[in-house]
Design a binder for this molecule. Structure first.
Ligand code: AKG
Ligand code: FE2
Length: 247
């Protein structure tokens, strides 16, 4: 398989696990003043988060938003393994389109992503998602990919009854789904954002935490003369934020 042909590559043990641990520790440090949980246990991250959640939605939301802004997340681009791959894929003058920490609790289906492409705020058709697990454990689900679908380019998305962006099955019926559910600390998956992908439900006993970084290389792209974006987003998705769309 190749990244260009299939639209993704799985790289085991690529990222320095010290960087992963540093992110986890900073997440715990953000929560520590607001709970009484020990900070040095293997499950401290989840314990703290559950203790935070028990105190109400505002604190939980604020903590989660802070996780998604931790500087250590985009700094993963400085990891030698990651930067080597990014360069090998031909990203030389890239910009950061977005970065976040994604949380999927056991049994939470509301916040799962249904089959979609990552089209929001793109500044190029030459784009890359860097998906880095921040927690590991049995049955925590993961990411499902539809190999080769990136070559279709941006597709028009529907809305599910719950308000999630969604591509119908006909968009990926010609692709053999690939599930990524088993990963270790340091593993990293590179995905073309135009590749159709979706979340796999967490049926384990711990939270699936994932760092996601999205980059674009707009150098040499003709559309920059007219627009920072390579296409009009409103032609393809309901561009409201998740919080506004989900019901
Ligand atoms: O990790 C996941 O479940 C999906 C993440 C995703 O699709 C996204 O961040 O756009
Ligand atoms: Fe996505």
């Amino acid at each position: 398989m190749t990244y260009a042909k299939d639209g993704y590559e799985i790289c085991n043990r690529l990222v320095d696990t010290g960087r992963i641990e540093a992110i986890r520790q900073k997440m715990i440090a953000i929560m520590a003043p607001h709970c009484d949980c020990p900070a040095d246990q293997p499950d401290s991250l989840d314990q703290c988060f559950y203790a935070i959640a028990a105190q109400g939605q505002d604190l939980k939301t604020n903590v989660y938003r802070l996780f998604g802004r931790l500087a250590d997340v985009p700094l993963l681009l400085g990891d030698l393994g990651v930067s080597g791959k990014v360069a090998a894929y031909g990203f030389t003058n890239y910009t950061i389109q977005a970065y976040s920490v994604f949380c999927l609790e056991p049994g939470n289906t509301k916040h799962m992503f249904l089959p979609h492409q990552d089209l929001r705020d793109r500044t190029s058709r030459k784009s890359l998602i860097i998906w880095v697990p921040l927690s590991v454990g049995a049955n925590r689900g993961g990411l499902a990919l539809y190999p080769g679908t990136h070559r279709k380019g941006p597709l028009k998305h529907d809305l599910s009854p719950g308000g999630q962006l969604l591509l119908g099955e006909n968009a990926f019926a010609d692709s053999a789904r690939r599930d990524i559910t088993e990963f270790e600390f340091g593993d990293c998956v590179f995905v073309d954002p135009y590749l159709i992908h979706e979340s796999i439900e967490n049926q384990g006993d711990g939270i699936r935490w994932t760092a996601v970084i999205k980059i674009d290389d707009a150098s040499g792209q003709a559309h920059v003369r007219d627009s920072i974006h390579p296409f009009d987003i409103d032609d393809y998705i309901d561009s409201r934020s998740n919080a506004e769309r989900l019901n």
